[in-house]
Design a protein around this ligand. Structure first.
Ligand code: ATP
Ligand code: MG
Length: 393
């Protein structure tokens, strides 16, 4: 019997490796996120062998489930189901012989890498030694360009890893390393994708949804909750604020001319979202706007809307086509929820014509009959929130 090896996920991280002095901070956040993402799977411990992470698996851990979870932890470049063992050539050869004996392949290659050059043999010598042993027991031939099986070996001073497949990670930066943002989430296709893209850049996202209850039914809120549930798979805990907007809209309808209403709604939404951002320590607002997609998203209107906010507004989709956004929505599973019919607050009190060209002065004049501070306060922006977590407790 050969000395034991340990099974686990070998994780290579992404840009964090480049972050110089902040490396420790990025790595700690990645580790915390990995533990959150797998907290119900009975894995661990999570170790930090040089330049990598290794999450030990139990006999009963399902790789399929773990693979799904790791594919949503931002900051991971790639990962593999791997065996960890002492860095000893004979031990490696024996374990690899055992492993390949249960696999069917006609050709193979060995890809050894020494992270440090302290190992007595060169990578090429290791490839040749292991290659000869595998060839001997399997009868398979060596194929360096298109083999059925690749045997990856990574050698560190105190440990060696062996694996046979590489899974692509999601890339990006660990959620929590870029601060907090508040995303205005409608029930549409775009804003969930915008939130996803900010998470991928390391932001923790707080969600704000405006609804028109009691003038409308619950559908838009239910959609927002479901969308946040899906997005929480990438940040593990989320807060969603559900803000009643119907009464505010009624007042706008009674005092503001039709063609400017959408702009006034949007500006009010930003003012309310800012209050939430302040409570949450969020440093920016995020919207799903894409240039020219609808009439409220011309450059002029974007500029006029933006002036209502003192926080920066991030629009990760601004240069994307609807097709590209839709494709991304499908990838993250939000599309099917977004296209469900709902009673969206903005389509409810919508005039037939929307101004495509406005000026700041025009909108300010239109807002003059409104008591903006009272309207914002009346929405009780921070009154209704709910918490979602993944994996659910
Ligand atoms: P989406 O697909 O995200 O709904 P859209 O193309 O329909 O976007 P608009 O309706 O002009 O565009 O909305 C622009 C942005 O304003 C949205 O992406 C979202 O960030 C915000 N927004 C619109 N309606 C709401 C709402 N009811 N609650 C929260 N945010 C909203
Ligand atoms: Mg919309």
């Amino acid at each position: 019997m050969v000395r034991p090896s340990v099974k686990g996920a070998l994780i290579h991280y992404h840009e964090i490796a480049l972050k110089g002095k902040n490396r420790g901070f990025f790595l700690r956040q990645l580790e915390a996120n990995l533990l959150l993402a797998t907290r119900d799977l009975d894995c661990g411990p999570l170790r930090r062998p040089a330049g990598r992470l290794f999450l030990e698996m139990r006999e009963e851990t399902s790789w399929e489930v773990l693979r799904q979870r790791l594919s949503r932890v931002f900051g991971i470049a790639n990962f593999s189901p791997a065996l960890a063992m002492a860095p000893d050539l004979e031990l490696l050869a024996k374990r690899i012989e055992e492993e390949v004996s249960s696999r069917a392949f006609r050709s193979f290659r060995v890809a050894a890498r020494r992270a440090f050059k302290t190992f007595p043999q060169t990578s090429q010598e290791i490839n040749e030694t292991i290659g000869a042993r595998v060839k001997h027991i399997s009868g398979a031939s060596v194929d360096l360009t298109n083999p059925d099986l690749t045997i990856y070996i990574e050698l560190l001073p105190a440990e060696a890893f062996v694996y046979f497949e590489k899974c692509l990670g999601p890339g990006g930066l660990p959620v929590g390393t870029s601060g907090t943002v508040a995303c205005l989430l409608s029930g549409g296709i775009d804003s969930p994708v915008a939130a996803y893209r900010m998470m991928k850049r390391g932001c923790r996202v707080v969600f704000v949804h405006f609804h028109s209850q009691p003038f409308a039914d619950r559908t838009s809120q239910d959609k927002a909750i479901e969308l946040v549930r899906l997005l929480t798979r990438y940040q593990f805990a989320s807060r969603l604020y559900l803000v009643p907007f119907g009464e505010i809209q009624q007042e706008v309808v009674s005092r503001v001319s039709g063609r400017l209403r959408v702009l006034v709604y949007r500006r009010l939404m930003l003012r309310i979202a800012e209050q939430i951002a302040q409570k949450e320590g969020a440093q920016a607002l995020v919207t799903g706007e894409s240039l020219g997609q609808v009439s409220s998203q011309t450059l002029e209107n974007i500029a006029v809307i933006e002036q209502a906010s003192t926080l920066p507004i991030l629009r990760p989709l601004i240069g994307m086509d609807k097709d590209e956004i839709t494709q991304q929505a499908q990838q993250i599973d939000s599309y099917d929820v977004s296209v469900l019919p709902d009673q969206d607050c903005c389509s409810m009190f919508l005039p037939r014509q929307v101004a495509t060209h406005t000026t700041h002065r025009e909108v300010e004049l239109a807002e003059r009959p409104l008591d903006l501070d009272r309207l914002v306060a009346q929405a009780h922006p921070t009154a209704h929130s709910l918490e979602l977590s993944f994996p659910s407790r």
